[in-house]
Structure formats: C-alpha cells, structure tokens
Design a protein. Structure first.
Length: 338
C-alpha cells in the first residue's frame, strides 16, 4: 500500500513539473513576442519642389496624420524625396522609393504622380491633388479608380472664370488680361476655356503667355507690357511653385493687378488669390494613407473632389500699385494681409 502511494505521488510530482515547465515555456514565449518591436509603417513622399517650398503643405499633411494617431518617427516613417524643381529627376526618385519597398507613395501633384505611376503598378499611390485624374490617365474614374492610384482632385475649372470676375471687380475698366500658364500641364486647356467664356461676357481680350521654364517668366512679362495688359491671371503650374516671390515682384514692378491660384503666392507678396485650399487636400491625403495602411486597396477608394476654397487679399501689394480694393470685395476675403 505504501509502495502504491509512493508511486502515485511520484507520478503526480512528475506531471506537476511538466505542467509547470509547459506554463513557463508559454510565459517565456508570450514575453518574447511582447518584446519584439512592432513594425513601423514606412511611406514615401515624392515632391517636385524644395523642402522650403513644400514646408507648409508637409505641415498640413502631418497634421492630418496626427489627427489619425500617427506621429512621424514614433509610429510612422516618411521618406521624402525632393526634385528641387528639376522635374527630370522625378523618375529616379520614384524608383528609389520603390526600392525602399514603402507601403504607399504620396505625390505632391500631377507632375510627380506620373513618374510614381511609371515606377510601380503595385505600391499604392496617393495623389494630394490633380486637376483631372481621369484625363491624366491616372485613374479609370473618380468613383472607381481601378488601379494603384487614388487621392484627391482639384477638378474645378470654373475657378478660372471666378478669378477673372474678381479681377474685373477690383479693376472695373479691365479690357485686356494677360494669362500665364504651362500648356503641357493637364488642366491648363480647360482653365483657358473657362477664362475665354468669362472674358467674352465682359467683352475682354485675353493674351495667353506660355511658360515652360523659369527663364520664360520675364519674357512673358515683357510681352504683357508690350500688349498693354491691364491685369494678370496666373494659372497653376509646377514651374511657378518655386518662383512665387519672383512672379509677384514682377507683377508689382509692372503695376499689374494680379490674381493667383493659391494663397502662398499672396503670402509671398502677390495681390490676391482665389482657389482650392491645397493645404486642406494635403491634410485629407492622410486619411487615404491611413486606410491603405489598414488594408484598403486604392482601386476601391474613390477620388475625392475639393471641399474648401479660399480668397486671400494682400493690402500691402494693393498699396504698392496704387490700387483700392472695394469694401464689398474685402468683406468676402477669407484672409486679408495688412
């Protein structure tokens, strides 16, 4: 009987030790897994301009990320690649981001989206903006993009007509307007059509001046002066992004009331701007990154259109050219620089 009890006790002891060892192994395994670092998502940002030019837009994008719980360097990494205005560098920079195997590529505009799309058909691409994503060939449709590209659109060609109306309000005798843009940029042709329609309603003449490279800017201003333009309308163009202060300065020296597509031109000394809030689009681009990191496919994420527009006036610039802004126009401005 005693022998049987000892054998039973030994069996229980062995069984108990095995259970204890098994429990310790499970605990050690769980501890090791808990100590393994969580993989931090890495995204790329392909940028046509320099860091200083893109800084306000990057701030807006990062704000959007923070609103969604992402903090750069803590739980997300952003690989920035700047072309510094040298657009021929974009394909190589896009290829570099692809080699880094980033989980998404954000593009600063259509000029960057093309090279990104050319570099990869699998890595998701998020456009911060594009005038006409369908016309550009980036997506099949706004509702169903279909490929690896999605994001935001500035598709609102009627803006150009509105800009001309505002110029007419501050320059009542406006008879001839010079328009500068870049013909190869998607959206320029449609914007010019809208301007022509508005100009016809005001019996106004339009002088279009095509600018392909920064060196064309001063030539365009000389041509505008030769034809006695009464005002200047500046269209969206990647060529102008790093030339904002220069264009504004030339307009003031030429005493040309000018309207620009984005508030940054006015903050750099230009007279006034009316257009889509690009910073709002940059902030909203973060929501696409978030959805993609959580498993959504670009093909299933509809391209969103602009929701926020802004009108900015610089009274310092108006004073420099001896222009008085009517009170009813000032009252409509979202921001007035005094």
């Amino acid at each position: 009987m005693q022998l049987a009890n000892r054998i039973s006790h030994s069996i229980k002891s062995i069984y108990g030790r095995r259970l204890l060892i098994a429990a310790l192994l499970v605990a050690l395994s769980a501890s090791a897994q808990a100590q393994q670092p969580t993989k931090i998502p890495r995204i790329g940002f392909l940028i046509t301009s320099s860091p200083s030019v893109i800084a306000p837009r990057m701030d807006a994008f990062q704000q959007g990320l923070r609103e969604l719980g992402y903090v750069e360097g803590k739980n997300i990494v952003i690989e920035r690649r700047h072309a510094e205005g040298k657009l021929d560098r974009l394909p190589a920079l896009a290829a570099e981001l692809v080699r880094l195997n980033v989980e998404a590529i954000v593009t600063s505009g259509p000029t960057a989206t093309g090279p990104a799309k050319g570099a990869t058909s699998t890595i998701p691409i998020v456009m911060t903006f594009d005038d006409d994503p369908v016309g550009s060939g980036f997506v099949a449709s706004l509702a169903r993009p279909g490929g690896n590209v999605t994001g935001l659109s500035t598709l609102a060609p009627e803006i150009s007509g509105k800009q001309l109306e505002l110029l007419k309000e501050i320059v009542p005798r406006l008879g001839r307007v010079a328009v500068i843009g870049t013909s190869i940029r998607q959206g320029t042709e449609q914007a010019l059509k809208e301007i022509e329609i508005a100009a016809a309603a005001f019996t106004m003449k339009v002088q279009y001046l095509d600018i392909q490279i920064p060196q064309d800017i001063e030539t365009a201003f000389r041509a505008a002066a030769k034809e006695r333009a009464d005002a200047l309308l500046v269209l969206q163009s990647p060529v102008f992004n790093a030339q904002r202060a220069r264009i504004g300065d030339l307009a003031l020296k030429s005493r040309l009331p000018a309207t620009y597509p984005r508030r940054e031109f006015v903050e750099d000394g230009g007279l006034m701007s009316y257009g889509v809030s690009i910073s709002d689009l940059d902030r909203r681009a973060a929501t696409y990154v978030d959805k993609i990191l959580k498993g959504a496919k670009p093909a299933d994420l509809p391209v969103e259109q602009p929701k926020k527009f802004e009108f900015v006036i610089n009274l310092k610039a108006a004073k420099q050219i001896g222009l008085t802004i009517p009170p009813n126009v000032l009252a409509r401005a979202d921001k007035v620089i005094r």
